[in-house]
Design a protein around this ligand. Structure first.
Ligand code: FES
Length: 127
């Protein structure tokens, strides 16, 4: 069993790295109150990115089904509302109604096998 770091702030833990498929994605919610931070992480083998789960087009959540953020081939992030496509590495929209705009990135660190938000979730909740 992996040892949990002594300084891990459980209020900022998104998931375990091992919860993510090598090229998969996962939704998360952090924070409290009526408008917590809703986001998702996407893994590209040894790299992980996190974004606010809100499309720059109409501000809808990107997924309709739990943890379903990627195109069928897994190459891009797909907004299920109107089909915008985003790069996994940058969140940049390469096609769709918000082409040229970007998902809002979230700062994360990997700490003891956990993906952890680097800042207070309240800073990123429903802007
Ligand atoms: S809300 Fe995402 S493409 Fe329209």
């Amino acid at each position: 069993m992996a040892e949990q770091p002594a300084t891990l702030d459980v209020e900022r833990v998104i998931c375990r790295v091992s919860d993510l498929d090598e090229t998969g994605a996962r939704a998360f919610t952090l924070g409290t109150g009526h408008w917590p931070l809703t986001g998702f992480v996407v893994r590209m083998r040894d790299q992980i990115r996190a974004y606010v789960n809100r499309c720059p087009h109409a501000r809808h959540p990107l997924n309709l089904l739990p943890h379903k953020f990627l195109t069928a081939d897994g190459a891009l992030i797909l907004c299920n509302s109107h089909g915008a496509l985003f790069e996994k590495e940058t969140g940049y929209c390469v096609a769709g109604p918000c082409a040229g705009q970007s998902l809002k990135p979230l700062p994360i660190t990997i700490d003891g096998g956990y993906v952890v938000l680097s800042d207070d979730p309240a800073l990123y909740a429903e802007e």
